[in-house]
Design a protein around this ligand. Structure first.
Ligand code: ADP
Length: 638
């Protein structure tokens, strides 16, 4: 082959090569470059020749310590240099255009006299590999790769980065010698689970941040999160595992969860304590209110009457507060259950308004309500909670109004999906800046009013939480000196009138009543209430005695306490109902008397078979009204 031919062949090979190549003459000047080289460096051979480039005089290469290698190549040695970082320059002005990371091989080409005639330079771009290496060496996650198909439980790793070694304590050769499964999963059960997991992985079900407990070389247990992914490169299948130590994180989560559970238990204990306390507090207050009711019926003078009224006022206030605290604690612990059922809204509103009429009249305020014709007569709603919200709003409206009046307006929104209840007053109003905080706990706009108007700032907090619990909302609009308007929105769901299955025996005149009550004070109270009513009262102290007494015959109505020793009121009622059915007896009216205004209580009493439900404090007037419903020809019967 002629020299010319050889030259052309070399040029053809260089042109086809994806490897950047350059040829220097013996004096260090470039004589040949290929297009891969031109692309890599951004300069052409002609430009190099124009500027008179000479590799043996390159200052930069000298600084990098490469020139010595170049000289050795020119002296006849094959040299491999790098990988090293080089500045990439462009022809124009020679400014730096990024960097190259190259491994360079220098081949001397000899002539027949064994003199170096040329030096061929080949550059391998190491950026991708360097990047992969730096990822693997990164001190964040453990990275391990096993090439080829893993055959559980034998896994052979080819990559094991320093983080992996730090996490497990094992070097690559150790882990391959001792076996991954056999060392890090010490517990045989975990080992088996891991082996099965590995089998599933072989079928393509890869780990995605799964938590495993591994045992380090030093015996320490660590919780790690492992993800695996299959990598296919140049027809070789590998599995790459990324492992992260999450022990501290999991411990913190566990501690947090334990703290949360402890807080929940404490809060539960607190609300149970509150429920118990409020029950304990309510019972004596009820007796006090009942007794003062009775005292008022005796010959008292005007002064005594006034004092008794104050006593009752204070007692009622206390009961309301105890109930509010109890409800709030239930709402906070999410233990307040709603009892949504068909409610006759007009009746409910009339009943809610009734006690406020006297209070408003005493302040010379007008108190009116109107219901839009669109509002259906029966609605699905929790009547107890709706009463509570409206009572709170009406109470405030009257409390903070000295002139004018209070209006309750009930309507619907345009598409009839929401019920709107507005309580409007012409009272002192609320400053704009205070509007946002009146629904917070223990918030009162001005403490000087508190002394004047009373209250502790719980009412509206309860109202808002109840409204939200009922999937509704509450908003307020107010102007200082002009009045306030509270708007309560509730979901509107019309209901059918329920089939009344109430037993209304319709008995004659005075009734023979059985009071089932274990507390002597309460027995005494009811006995006194019924004095002069004409009804005859018998008293037993527990459910079992009540059941036996009913079976003995002659009882026409039962007043049944719930919590009693031996047998509670619901169990006694259930037994009585069962006996009535078995014997074909007429249904006896049973009225529950309970100290709890608890949600669910009414349903429980109905389920047990009770006809009516009265909450303590039992008021004489209400008790007689209820009893007299069952005595149709009684003079007091309505
Ligand atoms: P309180 O039992 O003290 O009245 P609330 O939570 O019911 O507590 O009300 C919080 C505060 O909001 C009241 O103390 C009062 O300052 C203000 N407020 C509530 N309703 C009205 C109203 N209708 N007019 C003026 N201020 C009101």
């Amino acid at each position: 082959m002629s020299e010319d031919q050889a030259e052309r062949r070399l040029q053809a090979i260089m042109a086809a090569s994806p490897v950047a190549m350059q040829v220097f003459a013996a004096d260090g000047r470039p004589v040949l470059v290929n297009s891969a080289w031109e692309k890599m460096w951004g300069v052409s051979l002609s430009w190099l020749q124009e500027v008179g480039y000479n590799v043996l005089q390159d200052q930069e290469l000298d600084q990098l310590g490469v020139k010595e290698e170049v000289r050795r190549a020119f002296r006849g040695e094959v040299r491999v240099v790098g990988p090293l970082l080089y500045d990439r320059r462009r022809e124009s002005g020679g400014q730096i255009q990024g960097q190259l990371q190259l491994r360079t091989t220098l081949y001397p080409v000899f002539d027949q006299q064994q003199q170096v005639r040329e030096v061929v330079v080949m550059h391998e771009d190491m950026r991708a590999e360097a990047f992969a290496q730096s990822v693997i060496a990164a001190e964040v996650d453990g990275i391990a790769v096993c090439h080829g198909v893993c055959q559980p439980p034998y896994v052979h790793f080819t990559v094991w980065n320093p983080a992996m070694q730090r996490l497990t304590g094992y070097t690559l050769s150790e882990i391959n010698r001792l076996g991954w499964y056999q060392t890090v999963y010490v517990d045989p059960e975990v080992q088996e689970k891991a082996r099965q997991r590995m089998e599933r992985m072989r079928c393509g079900d890869h780990l995605q941040a799964e938590s495993w407990t591994i045992t380090r070389k030093d015996g320490q247990k660590r919780i790690v999160e492992i993800s695996t992914v299959e990598v296919v490169a140049e027809d070789i299948h590998s599995v790459m595992a990324v492992m992260r130590d999450v022990t501290e994180q999991r411990m913190a989560e566990r501690a947090l969860e334990e703290a949360r559970q402890a807080a929940e238990r404490a809060s539960q204990a607190k609300s149970e304590f509150l429920a118990l306390m409020s029950h304990e507090i309510r019972t004596p207050i009820n007796i006090m209110i009942g007794m003062s009711d009775l005292l008022q019926e005796t010959a008292v003078n005007a002064r005594q009457k006034e004092l008794l009224a104050r006593l009752q006022g204070a007692g009622n206030h206390l009961i309301i507060m105890v109930n509010q605290i109890l409800d709030l604690s239930r709402l906070e612990t999410d233990r307040l259950r709603l009892e949504t059922k068909a409610v006759a809204l007009r009746v409910l509103l009339a009943e809610v308004m009734e006690p406020f009429q006297d209070i408003a009249a005493a302040k010379r305020l007008s108190l009116q309500y109107e219901i839009h014709a669109d509002v259906p007569p029966w609605l699905m709603v929790d009547g107890l909670r709706l009463r509570q919200i409206l009572s709170n709003l009406l109470d405030n409206a009257i409390k903070f109004t000295d002139r004018g009046g209070v209006w309750l307006r009930v309507g619907t929104d345009q598409d009839g999906s929401k019920l709107l209840l507005q309580v409007e007053d012409s009272g002192i109003g609320i400053a704009k800046g205070d509007l946002h905080r009146i629904f917070d706990y223990f918030t009162q706009v001005d403490s000087s009013y508190t002394r004047h108007y009373g209250g502790v700032g719980l009412g509206l907090a309860l109202v808002r939480r109840l409204a939200e619990r009922m999937e509704g909302s509450i908003e307020v609009e107010s102007r200082i000196g002009q009045g306030s308007c509270f708007r309560l929105w509730l979901p509107l769901q019309a209901a059918e009138m329920p089939v009344q299955n109430r037993c209304n025996a319709g008995r004659e005149g005075a009734l023979s009543i059985l009071l089932v009550e274990d507390m002597v004070e309460n027995q005494e109270l009811i006995r006194i209430f019924l004095q002069g009513s004409g009804h005859r009262l018998q008293v037993v102290a527990d459910g079992l005695q009540a059941y036996e007494r009913v079976l003995a015959g002659g009882i026409e109505l039962v007043l049944m306490d719930v919590q009693m020793p031996v047998m509670d009121g619901y169990e006694a009622t259930r037994r009585i109902r069962r006996w009535e059915q078995e014997q074909g007896q007429q249904r006896l009216p049973i009225i529950t008397l309970t100290a709890h205004a608890l949600e669910g209580e009414e349903t429980r009493s109905q389920q047990a078979g009770c006809d009516l439900y009265l909450t303590k404090p039992i008021r004489k007037k209400r008790l007689l009204e209820v009893i007299n419903q069952y005595a149709v020809h009684h003079p007091l019967a309505r």
